[in-house]
Ligand binder design. Structure first.
Ligand SMILES: NC(=O)c1ccc[n+]([C@@H]2O[C@H](COP(=O)([O-])OP(=O)(O)OC[C@H]3O[C@@H](n4cnc5c(N)ncnc54)[C@H](O)[C@@H]3O)[C@@H](O)[C@H]2O)c1
Length: 337
């Protein structure tokens, strides 16, 4: 059976959702809506679909079963409510909304209307992250001590309704929760506004997880080259994910051999061991994300990234912004699920 799908907002991210719907078998891209006529016409022509300036008209005429919302974050709630109230399943881009209060309203509306609500935390569908999670589940690392991410790069000119923490740190906050299955219970951030006067464009942060694991985040859009790395360090070594190339590396610890000269025992510690680059079957994360979303309502199963997951990532990002503004440590009352 063919699923009718549509996209609202076909700018930088939305045009990729439109392409994926167009590429997927058993999906018909029934329309795209964007207030920018040039943008929407280009995309509609490319994927041979209907074009709308008013998304409500598209929803009422085309009656899609699934909609991807890819407008600026400050518009997510208003548009999601219009979609949800029509009984249509929603994939809303990350971050879920521009405030926690808005996110809660969206989740409540989706529950009431009994529609699926998924948040586009795309890194969960990065094959290197999936491979990392598999290795951690096999206890390849032993006890985990430290997690962290570097997400740095140039300023995307189009984002002007949120700062770098709400826009980008949500990715890694979600991945920390996802791979460790632990909640962040304490955090402290230093932030700086340089390019934007209103929003931060640079953050360094320290985190503590419920099991004592320490986390760190270096997130900015002031770096002239794109870096997207995630690390997990534990008893047996360190995993490194390159989100961009979808590579997973393991740097193994080589401990001093017990049988060696006894005095060496005093110097016992971590030494560099072998390094493995795992074979990872590469796949477009957005396609995997959309497939999982569509499957959730055709099979009536839980979406892999729930509204609550999106809300938690946003809550943590907002706490980091507050910490940066007020120069204070913030404790959170989140228990592990
Ligand atoms: N998952 C990811 O990795 C990722 C990457 C980039 C952006 N995003 C998210 O996607 C969303 C959009 O970001 P972007 O970079 O594509 O922005 P963008 O500015 O490139 O595109 C937004 C589009 O929405 C359109 N729009 C604005 N108001 C509208 C309305 N009322 N009705 C219909 N269309 C409207 C604009 O004309 C524009 O074409 C943001 O929430 C952002 O955080 C996610």
């Amino acid at each position: 059976m063919t699923i009718k799908a549509a996209v609202i907002g076909v700018g930088s991210m939305g045009r990729n959702h439109a392409r994926v719907y167009w590429e997927l078998p058993d999906v018909e891209l029934v329309g795209v809506a964007d207030t920018n006529q040039n943008t929407s016409e280009t995309i509609a022509n490319r994927y041979n679909t209907k074009v709308y300036a008013d998304y409500r008209k598209m929803l009422d005429e085309q009656k899609p079963e699934a909609v991807a919302i890819c407008v600026p974050t400050s518009l997510h709630l208003e548009i999601a409510l219009d979609v949800i109230q029509r009984g249509i399943h929603v994939l809303v881009e990350k971050p879920i909304s521009s405030s926690v209060e808005e996110g809660k309203l969206m989740i409540a509306a989706a529950e009431k209307a009994r529609v699926k609500l998924m948040v586009g935390h795309i890194e969960r569908f990065n094959p290197a992250v999936i491979a990392l999670k598999e290795q951690l589940a096999k206890n390849k690392l032993g006890k985990v001590f430290n997690v962290g991410a570097h997400r740095e790069g140039p300023l995307p000119q189009r984002i002007n309704d949120v700062g770098v923490v709400i826009d980008l740190a949500v990715h890694d906050l979600d991945i920390i929760r996802y791979v460790t299955q632990k909640e962040i219970v304490r955090l402290y951030a230093e932030t700086q506004c340089g390019i934007h006067s209103k929003y931060e464009d640079l953050m360094s942060a320290l985190l503590r997880l419920s099991d004592g694991t320490i986390g760190s985040l270096v997130i900015n859009w002031i770096t002239p080259t794109k870096i997207r790395n995630f690390f997990v360090t534990g008893e047996c070594g360190m995993f490194k994910v390159d989100y961009l190339t979808q590579d997973l590396y393991f740097h193994e610890n080589s401990l001093v051999d017990e049988s060696e000269w006894a005095t060496l025992g005093l110097l016992r510690g971590v030494r560099e061991g072998s390094m493995i680059r795992y074979h990872v079957n590469k796949k477009e994360p957005l396609r995997a994300e959309q497939e999982a979303f569509l499957k959730s309502f055709t099979n009536d199963t839980e979406v892999p990234v729930t509204g609550e997951d999106g809300l938690r990532a946003l809550e943590l990002a907002q706490a980091l912004v507050t910490s940066g503004h007020e120069h204070r440590l913030i404790s959170l009352n989140h228990s592990d699920s």
